[in-house]
Design a protein around this ligand. Structure first.
Ligand SMILES: [Zn+2]
Length: 409
């Protein structure tokens, strides 16, 4: 019987995965499932069907997040879920593993408990987690907790000039209702999110699943370099004010500072002006993303990068400016809940992460935990991210054990 149940779980996992496989898939094999687009609509329609197949009550909250309820919605609910949108060219697992896994975990519990749960269980799909289209991540959860001002959210604009308000309206969400949802938040006892690991720590531990300890503080800085356009063939080296040289110094300094402090710093985006092969650039904009175990280390890295940039800018006669675009403070997941989960799962590894999540946003308000499924490639936000079916199912079973303890324990 047990074997059959396991076989069932595998079959249902693969069925769900097949249903999602073609939605928003681009020619390179990655996924473009941006908030409030046709691909997103299809992902959300899949969520609605998954709820209907299980006779779970479907609800769209004032911020466009989708909820599927097992049991009467009410105080003391246990919530699990993740997101169904993606970054440009994202992988199949980041987000969908948590949502599919949550429905399957509910199935596991229903096969063990005939009666309704003593407290409601909900599966949630948080809208616009990646922020790929409008630039702000975790929009659905940030609006719900009040961390994102609804007026600011409504005015966010995508690359083609469509506002978030317009995009949500065209998807059937009344943008006038956006905002904090205190009643909903206060009715939730605990939120648990299953997610593919975004590094390769679990592979090193040889463990299929692990539990998150914390999310590193992280931020984005916009860098501006202003030099002087000149002719690559006639301007003497000593007469140049080349912002590209300062940019190169910053890229190297960021890498070196990150290595010194054992954290992460990345320059992944740059715009060069006028971007000519035979010209010294006149100006340049670049973005620095930095993440560290604590705020102090993060500050040290930024201070060192700025110092290196300013020294190089002086030397080259280039103007340099650095603006902080956003910083997200460190998140420590609830330690009682974490210890309870580690014990339940028989001592799985506890690991920090540098990536932001809805669970991190909610953890400011309610006890929250994250379970990671092993990703041996260690690659994330790319089609190369991968969790084996066995590890995905290990994640589902772990989630079922946790939910069972939280609901019946
Ligand atoms: Zn994610």
């Amino acid at each position: 019987v047990r074997e059959r149940a396991q076989g069932d779980l595998l079959a249902r996992f693969q069925e769900a995965w097949d249903e999602l496989a073609e939605i928003g898939r681009n020619p390179e094999g990655g996924y473009d499932r941006f908030a409030w687009t046709e691909a997103d609509r299809q992902m959300r329609a899949w969520f609605s069907r998954a709820a209907a197949e299980r006779n779970m009550t479907l609800e769209q909250d004032r911020n466009g997040n989708l909820w599927a309820w097992w049991g009467e919605p009410g105080d003391g609910a246990i919530v699990t879920g993740s997101h169904l949108d993606s970054v440009p060219g994202g992988g199949a697992f980041d987000g969908p593993l948590g949502v599919v896994g949550s429905f399957l975990a509910v199935d596991e519990l229903r096969s063990r408990h005939e009666e309704s749960p003593p407290r409601a269980v909900a599966v949630v799909d948080f809208s616009d987690e990646e922020g790929a289209r409008f630039g702000v991540a975790c929009v659905g959860s940030r609006l719900m907790t009040g961390e994102l001002d609804p007026d600011r959210a409504r005015r966010l604009v995508d690359e083609s000039g469509v506002t978030l308000a317009e995009a949500m309206r065209s998807a059937g969400v009344d943008d006038k209702l956006l905002g904090p949802d205190e009643a909903r938040l206060s009715a939730i006892t605990t939120y648990v999110e299953l997610h593919i690991e975004q590094g390769r720590a679990l592979a090193d531990f040889d463990a299929p699943v692990g539990v998150a300890t914390a999310i590193w503080p992280h931020g984005r800085w916009r860098l501006r370099f202003k030099g002087e356009a000149n002719h690559a063939g006639t301007a003497r080296l000593q007469d140049r004010h080349d912002p590209m040289l300062v940019f190169a110094a910053v890229v190297t300094a960021a890498r070196e500072a990150a290595a010194r402090h054992q954290c992460l710093a990345t320059v992944g985006k740059a715009l060069v002006h006028p971007n000519a092969t035979n010209g010294v650039a006149s100006s340049l904009q670049a973005w620095l993303d930095a993440r560290a175990p604590d705020a102090e280390t993060l500050n040290s890295v930024i201070t060192e990068v700025r110092a290196a940039a300013e020294a190089s800018a002086n030397e080259q006669g280039v103007e340099f400016e650095c603006y902080q675009e956003s910083v997200t403070a460190a998140v420590s997941f609830n330690s009682d809940l974490r210890r309870r989960i580690v014990t339940l799962l028989g001592g799985v590894p506890e690991i920090p992460t540098g990536a932001g999540h809805d669970a991190g946003i909610l953890s400011e308000r309610i006890p929250t935990a994250m379970v990671f499924a092993r990703n041996p490639t260690g690659v994330s936000h790319s089609p190369a991210e991968r969790s084996s079916v066995e590890d995905c199912l290990a994640g589902v079973r772990a989630l079922a054990v946790i939910l069972e303890d939280l609901v019946w324990g």
